[in-house]
Design a protein around this ligand. Sequence first.
Ligand code: 3NM
Ligand code: MG
Length: 526
Amino acid sequence: MSKKVDYSLYLVTCRELLPPDKDYYESLEESLQGGVTIVQIREKTAETREFVEIAAKSKVICDKYNVPLIINDRIDVALAVHASGVHVGQTDMPVDVVKRLLPVGSIVGVSCNNLDHVKTAIDDGVDYIGIGSVWATKTKSLTSPLVGVRGVGVLLDALEGTEIKAVAIGGIKSTNILRTLYGAVSQSGHTLDGVAVVSDIVSSNDPQNAAANLSGIIHKFKAQEHLGPAMIGTPLTGKGVLRQALQIFDAIKTTSPLVHQITNTVVSTQSANITLALGASPIMATSAKEMQDLSKIPGALLVNIGTLVDDTKEGMLASGLYANLARKPVVLDPVGVGASQYRKDAIKELLDTWQVSIIKGNAGELAALSGTSEVESKGVDSVGDGFKDPISFVKNLARKERCVVALTGKVDYVSDGNSVIALHNGHEMLGRITGSGCMVGSCIASFCAGQTSLPHDDEIITRGFANQYMLYAAVGGITVFNVAAEVAVASGNVRGTGTFLPALIDALYHLSLDEIVLNADIRICT
Ligand code: 3NM
Ligand code: MG
């Protein structure tokens, strides 16, 4: 029997977190008025009599709003107040016993932290699972590792083909809920049925507003979920993509958008110069303390981990979060991520903290990032010929990370998880100077900023990190840089690697639309 339950905004109560002087029942009712769709009463220290009284009174309030009431852990309390169901943890009463004790049709949910938990929950035939903790939280002392936004998707995969619903829990608030909803996705594209929240609602003086805020984001997200990668005018043509890229190129020249770059110490000057040559405006700030201010300026963010240290990592974590909030595109260049465990851990932390719009890397870097050993790296360089099937690789990684992926190499491959585009421009001199990959990152970020400056008549909640627009930015950034390299060598001014870099900057500075059209080699892969 299927129970029609709206899990989208799942409130878990906690009297200890109420603001001073805030009445528990008043807070509950206000949060229901704000759009909470299901309530779990969670009492860890109340005596049984008190728990039953709270549950009974809460039930009356929830009934008024036609919202199901779930009891945490206590079957007896649920039976006593005719609750809609029970939620149990991994060390609570086993689900088969819970189901035997509760009336037929009751909702049974279970907390899951890993794949084994989910598999057991499927065998037990629960109605929903609570996946957590996704983010760090002070509300509950955690005994299991954090799942992380990207880890949720792996658990959602296991639910494919079942009717079991899923909510995420732990540290979810108005500032990270969109990242949570957008980033937690199964391979076949299923997202969460809802999010469960304690402190962001309960500890608010205005729980109605707090709930309405979350509910608003959830509903907008759900309404726009169908606007996936397919939104790009399909079928794509090389000419069509080029036209879009040229439009952005033009927008960069006319609006000179700011491109915030936290990059490595080897390349920062040339990255700033290449950005200027393109007509955009670089700012190379690294301190976490200035990230909030910088996110207010429109543009895009580039994060490059080439010479990562702890302090800059703090700046990167903060900058991406603020960029997400401001719906500003974020480009990640995971330089040399395969070289050390420190870099691997850092990339995981960055990708679990914010939603990236574009990931750009060579085969070795993207292999390390995705956890495959198919391609090895030597320091920051990729070893060997790259992937056997680069087209499938970029497409799958783009789906998994919910972003555009650009794999650089002799041929560059760009995918939004739907289409794959091969770019055949470039010159072998690029491989002989330092920082050409990093400069490509600057060009892509400049195109993201240019894209953001273009007028849009539709309101898309995930705009800043929505891949449907970022595909053109990635193609544009890579193409103009590579065409500039060809033009630089053809100019006859290059005598070696020393003169190549200034010739490249000059070529990009003077690059015309005609030159791009004449030289660009953009091919749609089938
Ligand atoms: N269960 P907040 S985390 C009740 O991981 C609960 O199963 C969790 O509170 C789990 O929204 C959690 O304030 C607390 O972070 C969530
Ligand atoms: Mg429990």
